[in-house]
Design a binder for this molecule. Structure first.
Ligand code: NAD
Length: 461
């Protein structure tokens, strides 16, 4: 067996799954508790790895990865009894005595492929959902955040049931080999280009997928908005984690009469958050690698820089930057930026905003800053996005009560909280029909009556 032959690993997980061991609520709770303990006892290693890969500070490390993952598990622990309870309803009259139930059955042997920008959130939050659903999982962290990948690979086998969970580290060859196996579900986080590769591989076996992808999240600042608050909230979420956030505001669409005020407040916010020289701020992160640095540095030739613009390749530093006068054909306006650069574009009407959004691939997040409810509702009604936030941005993944995920080009399927549990289970409709009554009316020969169809006619459209 070569290093890239995962058939015995998957066969062993399937055999274990088929014993039924992962189905009991007791096992699921024990694994979720173990995951919380794992995060608590390894938090220093997780902080260190995030610093090494992304120069992430501890507060943001907790917000997006470390404490975040434990909180997702604690949320599942609080709700799992209710989630697992089958939903019941009465049966149609002709099927009485009887009742129906929607069971939430595990899917089986699952594969979780993570991205590098939130390397613990994107492996452990889907894992929480896989556990809650009663599945086994193979976890493939991104090789790009190498220090974090190593921590995931080190800690999972020490805390979680080794018969149900395994980590495979690696890049394209390992992922390609994993995709050759038969899975019951593939949960992928990454870009749309690789998302298509995953979807194609899954289609060969009709394997269901959740694709958590990215894109350009439009951020609309209407003339009625509270401009200072909008500027601060947008700056916070554009520059956190050096801009490596899938839900980050990608570009601002703003009414011209409030543009200068907005730009002034963004510059003030950058100074307030990160000081006169953000390169010396302990709170401002670094770009993940040279390749991404070069891509981002290239964007700085698009339009006009009105804030930031400084770079230092040796340190992988790109300053918090604001661009104006960009063209729609510039690379910065065509590709997901995924870095600390914010282009600001003028728009003059709600219709123009709607055409802008609808003329481009469906975004993961759409953000509207407006104090005019009618404007907000019109934009929400006429556009599509995975999620949306009004008068703030990028916060939606922090709320487990909200379904999180894309639509169209930004992905398919939702997770977090109950939605993760649902993504990792099969909604199995079951009719329990008593044998105590069996009316003659439903069977042929039909003559004076029209069989079962007639009897349930009240249900027909
Ligand atoms: P990516 O698509 O390059 O890689 C993601 C994963 O796929 C990695 O584990 C990688 O090893 C694997 N991979 C890469 N190339 C592959 C190939 N040819 N065949 C098989 N597997 C392959 O994405 P990334 O650069 O790690 O992450 C950035 C992207 O992820 C951005 O678009 C961002 O918006 C998106 N993202 C989305 C979410 C979300 O929850 N929706 C969260 C974070 C990041």
């Amino acid at each position: 067996m070569s290093d890239l032959d995962f058939s015995s690993l998957i066969a062993a997980q399937r055999a274990y799954y088929l014993t039924g061991a992962t189905r009991s609520v007791h096992w699921r709770k024990a694994q979720l508790h173990a995951l919380v303990t794992m995060v608590t006892e390894n938090s220093e290693a997780m902080y260190d790895a995030l610093w090494k890969d992304l120069r992430r500070n501890r507060y943001d490390a907790d917000l997006m990865d470390v404490a975040y993952s434990a909180k997702e598990a604690l949320h599942a622990l609080r709700h799992i009894d209710a989630w697992m309870k089958p939903e019941r309803a009465a049966a149609p009259v002709v099927m009485e005595p009887g009742y129906t139930e929607v069971r939430r059955d595990p899917l089986g042997v699952t594969l979780i492929i993570g991205a590098w920008n939130e390397p613990f959130m994107l492996t452990l939050a889907p894992l929480v959902a896989a556990i809650a659903g009663g599945n086994t999982a193979v976890i493939k962290p991104s090789e790009v955040a190498a220090a974090c990948s190593a921590v995931v690979a080190d800690m999972i086998p020490r805390y979680l049931d080794p018969q149900a969970f395994a980590v495979v580290e690696g890049a394209v060859p390992e992922t390609t080999a994993l995709l050759e196996q038969k899975w019951d579900m593939i949960f992928f986080t990454g870009g749309p280009a690789v998302g298509k590769i995953i979807h194609q591989a899954a289609a060969k076996q009709l394997t269901p997928v959740v694709l958590e992808l990215g894109g350009k999240n439009p951020t609309i600042v209407h003339s009625s908005a509270d401009i200072r608050t909008a500027a601060r909230r947008i700056a916070y979420m554009r520059y956190i984690n050096a801009g490596h956030i899938c839900t980050a505001p990608d570009h601002v669409l703003i009414w011209p009469e409030v543009k200068d005020e907005f730009l002034g407040h963004v510059k003030e916010a950058i100074r307030e958050f990160y000081g006169e020289d953000p390169q010396t701020s302990p709170d401002f992160g670094r770009v993940i690698n040279e390749r991404t640095f070069d891509r981002l540095a290239g964007y700085l030739t698009n339009g006009t820089i009105v804030a930031g613009g400084q770079t230092d390749r040796a340190e992988r530093y790109v300053a918090p930057t604001v661009l104006v006068d960009v063209s729609v054909d510039d690379p910065v306006m065509k590709e997901e930026i995924f870095g600390p650069i914010l282009p600001v574009v003028e728009v003059t009407s709600v219709d123009e905003v709607i055409d802008w959004v609808n003329g481009r691939p469906e975004p993961l997040g759409l953000y509207v800053f407006s104090e005019d409810h009618h404007v907000t509702e019109r934009i929400l009604d006429a556009t599509e996005s995975g999620d949306a936030v009004v008068n703030d941005c990028a916060l939606q993944p922090l709320i487990p009560e909200l379904p999180f995920g894309g639509v169209g080009n930004s992905g398919m399927g939702k997770y977090h909280g109950r939605f993760g549990f649902e993504a990792f289970t099969n909604a199995r409709g079951v009719l329990h029909h008593s044998t105590s009554v069996d009316p003659r009316i439903k069977y042929p020969p039909y003559g004076t009556h029209k069989g079962l169809h007639d009897a349930i006619g009240h249900l027909a459209p």
